[in-house]
Every structure is written in structure tokens, then in C-alpha cells.
Design a protein around this ligand. Structure first.
Ligand SMILES: [Fe+2]
Ligand SMILES: [Fe+2]
Length: 167
């Protein structure tokens, strides 16, 4: 049984995951405008992943008998000064998401809501991956400096090694 606070927080998180998707789509479009198509594809794929995070939460709220209420999605900034700026903002964003997921977990613990706690564990683990991935991407971008095509080559190779187009 979900508490009203838990339902409210889960709904906020659903909207926030859609916002992540929206933000990464905006970033993907920006990369396209800079002719950085590998990064465009990378961020587009990641946007789809964020949508999946939102969808999974919707399914959970429904299954747990809660009411789903989607909120307004804020417009992300469309101005970036460089790929390094995008990567820095991405890592900051993911760290913010981690804090939100931890707040959800704290609510579940306060409510002794063991099912939500168990469900949220996936998101806790996922955020460790997300922060590691974007931290690595930021470091690579820093190293590449002005050699953006080298950066794209590196990202492509890295993705191919993991057997995915991008991740
Ligand atoms: Fe997410
Ligand atoms: Fe994410």
C-alpha cells in the first residue's frame, strides 16, 4: 500500500524522468547542429532509456494501486557553449537524479514500504551506472579538447566493444 506522500513523490519522479529524456533530446539536437552525429545518436539513445525509466515507474504505481498523475515537463535550456559544457551539465543532472531517487528511498523506508523500497533498488543501482558512464564521458571530452572527431571515434569504439550502437 502506497502512502499519499509516496504516490506524490513517485509521480514527481515520473515527470522528472520524462524531463531527463527531454533534456537529452535537446542535447542530441544540439550535437546534430554541430555535425557531431555519434554524440547525437548517443544522446538520442539515452533519451529513450530515460523514457523507459519513466514508463517502468508508471507501471509500478499502477500495479501498486496508486493514481498516476503526469506533471508539466519544463523546457530544457537549448544553449550550450561546447560539448564539454553539455557533458558537465549531464553529469550534474544525473547527480541531481541520484539525490531524488535517494529521497524516494528515504520515503519508502519512513513508510516501511518494503515493496517500493525493493522496486527502487533498481533505480539506485542504475544511477551508479549513469554517473559512472557520464563521468567517463566527461573525462574523455576533457582529454579530447578540440579533437571532437577523435572523441566521437572513441565513443563509437567503446559502444561497439560493449556490443551496442550507443548506450
Ligand atoms: Fe533516469
Ligand atoms: Fe539518467
Amino acid at each position: 500500500m502506497l502512502s499519499n506522500e509516496m504516490i506524490e513523490k513517485l509521480n514527481e519522479q515520473i515527470t522528472h524522468e520524462f524531463y531527463s529524456s527531454y533534456l537529452y533530446r535537446q542535447m542530441a539536437a544540439w550535437f546534430a547542429e554541430q555535425n557531431l552525429t555519434v554524440l547525437q545518436e548517443y544522446f538520442t539513445t539515452h533519451a529513450a532509456e530515460e523514457e523507459m525509466h519513466a514508463t517502468k515507474l508508471i507501471d509500478y504505481v499502477l500495479k501498486a494501486g496508486g493514481h498516476v498523475k503526469l506533471g508539466a515537463i519544463a523546457a530544457p535550456s537549448d544553449t550550450f557553449s561546447s560539448p564539454l559544457d553539455v557533458m558537465t551539465k549531464t553529469l550534474e543532472h544525473e547527480r541531481g537524479v541520484t539525490r531524488k531517487i535517494h529521497e524516494l528511498m528515504a520515503q519508502a523506508e519512513k513508510d516501511r514500504d518494503y515493496s517500493t523500497r525493493s522496486y527502487l533498488q533498481w533505480y539506485i543501482d542504475e544511477q551508479v551506472e549513469e554517473e559512472a558512464t557520464f563521468g567517463e564521458l566527461l573525462a574523455l571530452t576533457r582529454m579530447a579538447g578540440d579533437h571532437l572527431l577523435l572523441l566521437e571515434e572513441r565513443i563509437e569504439k567503446r559502444a561497439a566493444k560493449r556490443g551496442v550502437a550507443t548506450e
